[in-house]
Design a protein around this ligand. Structure first.
Ligand code: OSB
Ligand code: MG
Length: 376
């Protein structure tokens, strides 16, 4: 547990939840579905004159995670809010203890914890990067490209992002759109930093089908097998020289330990949402660092709120591979933060330096995307 003590406990006065839907600049298709609009929950917490914001990355449908925007609204409003409202919160550990009776629902918990970190930073006048003892001012990033209509379109889309200056590309794969797509991109771009993400679309019986991926000099193969198949990932890793990277399987720091002990992967993707909070993400980072397992920061098509949080997290030392955090314009025409994130010429994005998350909310934009607003 991240032991940053929140000197002067914070009294939580109120929570407001905004269920929003934002049009993506282009559809995002994965092995579990296609999204044209991204839904999420923005959490606003008021505490002793300050306002903190968090983003719960649960989506419209339970494809990546069993949680959805609707289940997270329910869990936050009916279970998390009553445990913290009117109470003093000492630190992230205290928050995690208070919600420990709620089984699972990590995306919901993480959204609330993010708002608490934003409040803490504002109160102490420190950025999240400072609070986490991050070491980088900018983070190397790449783009995660969804499954395209055709392989030719995928090659074109990749070229487009390379033209914009991205130096690492991840392509989504699914059965029938795997080896051929990856081979085509590799053939066109022999030296590109390239990786693939299957989002749990295969079982160990598919090892032979996937084998040609091993000859493409990929940085990693992300979450090829089912979420609860840590052991089968071990079996797969013994057959592949390419590092296997786990995303969906790693839902607590303990799962990271299981995967490391079982040699189920060589790399771990860290998402604060999936792990149940930034404190859990930092703890997982530390465990991986102690075990020489490099990590990188995953993305969930975040708004400027979640993107600021991801960049702060990715400033920690063991975030060695490029992050799935792209510039704001890769996702949205109009974001909900006044600040937008741009790509530097060296394929990096700057880590925010302002207090807390270091971003401010564009209230009009937020309102225009809001489907429902709940006061709790
Ligand atoms: O598996 O990494 C994933 C988006 C939604 C759900 C799961 C994933 C993703 C991405 C997007 O790959 C990465 C990004 O935010 O750019
Ligand atoms: Mg993934």
């Amino acid at each position: 547990m991240l032991r940053v003590t929140w000197h002067n406990k914070m009294k939580i006065n109120s929570l407001t939840l905004y269920h929003i839907s934002m049009p993506l600049v282009s559809a995002f298709e994965t092995s579990f579905g296609r999204e044209l609009n991204r839904e999420c929950i923005i959490i606003e917490i008021k505490s002793e004159g300050l306002t903190g914001y968090g983003e719960c990355v649960a989506a419209r449908s339970p494809g990546y995670s069993y949680e959805t925007a609707q289940t997270s609204l329910h869990i936050i409003k009916d279970f998390i809010a009553p445990l913290i409202k009117g109470k003093d919160i000492k630190d992230a550990h205290d928050f995690q203890n208070k919600v420990s009776g709620i089984r699972g629902h990590h995306l919901a918990k993480a959204g609330v914890e993010m708002a608490l970190w934003d409040l803490l930073g504002k109160r102490e006048n420190k950025s999240l990067k400072e609070l986490f003892a991050g070491i980088r001012d900018k983070v190397e990033v790449g783009v995660s490209i969804g499954i395209q209509e055709t392989t030719e379109k995928l090659v074109q889309t990749t070229q487009g992002y390379l033209n914009e200056g991205y130096a690492r590309i991840k392509i989504k794969i699914k059965p029938q759109r795997d080896v051929q797509d990856a081979q085509a991109v590799r053939k066109q771009f022999p030296n590109l930093k390239l990786q693939v993400d299957a989002n749990s679309a295969y079982s160990i019986d598919d090892a032979k089908t996937l084998q040609p991926l091993d000859d493409l000099n990929l940085l990693l193969i992300e979450q090829p097998l089912f979420e609860d198949d840590i052991w089968d990932h071990h079996k797969l890793q013994t057959q592949f020289k390419t590092p296997i990277c786990l995303d969906e399987s790693i839902v607590t720091p303990r799962h990271a330990r299981y995967a490391i002990e079982m040699k189920a992967c060589k790399i771990i993707n860290i998402k604060a949402g999936r792990l149940g909070g930034l404190s859990q993400a930092v703890e997982t980072h530390n465990l991986c660092q102690e075990n020489n397992i490099p990590v990188w920061c995953g993305g969930m098509l975040e708004t400027g709120i979640g993107r600021a949080s991801n960049l702060a997290l990715a400033s920690l030392p063991n975030f060695i591979l490029p992050a799935d955090v792209s510039a704001s314009n890769r996702y949205y025409k109009k974001d909900i933060t006044n600040e937008s994130f741009a790509l530097n010429s060296d394929s990096t994005i700057n880590v925010p330096t302002g207090a807390g998350l270091g971003v401010t909310l564009d209230k009009d934009a937020l309102q225009s995307y809001t489907i429902s607003k709940i006061e709790c």
